[in-house]
Ligand binder design. Structure first.
Ligand SMILES: [Zn+2]
Length: 260
């Protein structure tokens, strides 16, 4: 009896030792306010930040809110959380805890509803490319990156945690991040951006001159989803269907764009 009790005590002790870092780890990812505690709110977004002037944070939150609302997918009754890190060490720590590459501009943990973005990583990509092409990951605008990551959250909120192919996942996030600005930009029609996608020169300042560069893959995915949504009138659920394929959508987009 005594032996059983002492063994149980041992087990509880070992359990506590194992659980303590786990609880701390989940705690920091679920409540990163501990390390990123300033906040501003604009519409559907609550933006937490560690180190930037409040006026700049407020303008950024408004830009994100504008993008999200214009996408048509924002739920005005629900506020989403994003954490913008200017301090590389804090962001590096968060990426390590999440198992995400340190170089990622941002990422979304949909399970706990938090988006994380690195200000310096976003800025570095913009500097490297001269902020071109517009509406690509090279534009160096944290509002784009935050809205893209929140877009991933919106997809999970609406259709659940089902596995979507990469082009649908990234294309939907790009669509939600950019479509409001694209519709207001007369130089950014679908056909002209298809031209940007095809132009190796447009991507030559970046590592993405190869067609299989992740930046260009994201850009094309955005075009494909935009075609399905805005030209074909698909809903999110339609797009998620297995019958909608990347090759089929590419062919249909080219056939539509050809005479234009
Ligand atoms: Zn993404």
């Amino acid at each position: 009896m005594r032996q059983t009790r002492s063994r149980r005590r041992w087990l509880i002790g070992i359990g506590a030792l194992v659980m303590a870092p786990l609880v701390g780890w989940i705690g920091v990812l679920a409540f990163p306010q501990v390390v990123c505690h300033h906040q501003v709110r604009a519409g559907v977004i609550r933006l937490y930040y560690d180190d930037m002037p409040e006026a700049a944070a407020r303008a950024l939150a408004q830009a994100v809110d504008h993008r999200l609302r214009a996408s048509g997918f924002a739920d005005s009754a629900k506020t989403v959380r994003a954490f913008l890190f200017q301090r590389p060490a804090a962001y590096g720590w968060i990426t390590r805890l999440s198992g995400v590459p340190r170089e990622a501009q941002g990422f979304n943990l949909s399970l706990i509803g938090n988006t994380f973005v690195s200000g310096p990583r976003v800025a570095a990509l913009g500097e490297q490319s001269g902020r071109r092409p517009r509406y690509s990951v090279w534009e160096g605008d944290p509002a784009h990156t935050i809205a893209h990551e929140v877009g991933h959250q919106y997809v999970v909120d609406r259709i659940g945690r089902r596995a979507l192919p990469q082009w649908k996942r990234e294309g939907l996030a790009e669509y939600m991040a950019n479509i409001g600005l694209i519709r207001a930009d007369s130089t950014a029609g679908l056909v002209s951006r298809l031209g940007v996608f095809d132009d190796d020169q447009a991507w030559s300042a970046t590592r993405g001159s190869a067609r299989n560069g992740w930046d260009r893959i994201h850009y094309e995915a955005g075009l494909l989803v935009e075609f399905l949504m805005d030209v074909r009138g698909h809903t999110l659920t339609d797009i998620a269907a297995d019958s909608v394929t990347q090759e089929g959508t590419r062919t249909a987009l080219r056939a539509w764009a050809e005479p234009r």
